[in-house]
Design a protein around this ligand. Sequence first.
Ligand code: TPP
Length: 317
Amino acid sequence: MTTVTERALWEAMVEARAFDQAMCRHNGHWHEARGEEAVFVGAYADLGPGDVVAPHFRGTCAVALQRGASPDVLAAGVFGTGGSRSGGHWRGDICPAPGPRSIGMFSGSLGTSVAYATGAALHLSRTTPGAAAVCGFGDGTANSGIVAESLNLAAMLALPIVYVCQDNQYATSLPSAVALAGERVSDRARALSITAHDIDGNDVLAVRAAVGTAVERARAGGGPSFVHALTYRMGGHYMNDPETYRTPEEVAAWAERDPIARLQEVLVARGELDATDADARIAQAHARMDAVVAQAKARGEDPPAPPLARTPRTRPR
Ligand SMILES: Cc1ncc(C[n+]2csc(CCOP(=O)(O)OP(=O)(O)O)c2C)c(N)n1
């Protein structure tokens, strides 16, 4: 039974956006996730500490926050300084070193984390009955071969994993409408007999319901599922993206479907949230995260990370 309230989902989306927007202000490498919060907040909301997560890089920090990470430690991980989980040995840029049972983007090669998550699901299936893995990736990443191989293995071995395609409709400047053959990316899963759902990725309650059903299935030994969540990134691919591949009208139309405003309206109408309090809460979150990120950035390289212990290599004779 879930303990996360719908109000808590709204708060998690607010926190996620506040951290994301603070990074946009302070980090020129940041890849903005504004507009996609419903996918990564809804998909990972009801998991337990024994489950494994491998979020898409656009949303990794939000998932870590939702699972109890400190924003200071995450921010330090992005800037690669001493207060990070890696002790300053690794600079995250867009995705810091992950927490326990969280598979991060160890390499900038898209799709690798999908393979690692599938491997983790294989491990869970052998060692931890009832545990599941949830793995996110973008529509562009869905085209990489390693994703097809992972889906095939998961279907063959009925692994306890839920694949969540966070379809923001662009791979950098390439629209998914021209990059994906066939009607829907989820059809690739169906071709492998994997249960697939196509959902509104700007509706956090729909995402939560679809992933929740899929996770229950995985826990019960029903094998993998695929959730295709259609969403939109309101910002550029990265900071300073000239965004010549889309129109301001298209962006404005999707801004009308802002997932945070959408749930907020529902909660206000139900009397579970006061509109003025909500605005104040959002402003507080942005001010807090801005201070956290500015402080992490100002900390720079100090203190220097201690040297890594190296194991000498031995050559085979
Ligand atoms: C294997 C691989 N191919 C290409 C790239 C270059 N690249 C970085 S981000 C990106 C777009 C990814 O699109 P998507 O998976 O839809 O995620 P989004 O950026 O839209 O969130 C590409 C092609 C890469 N990092 N790795």
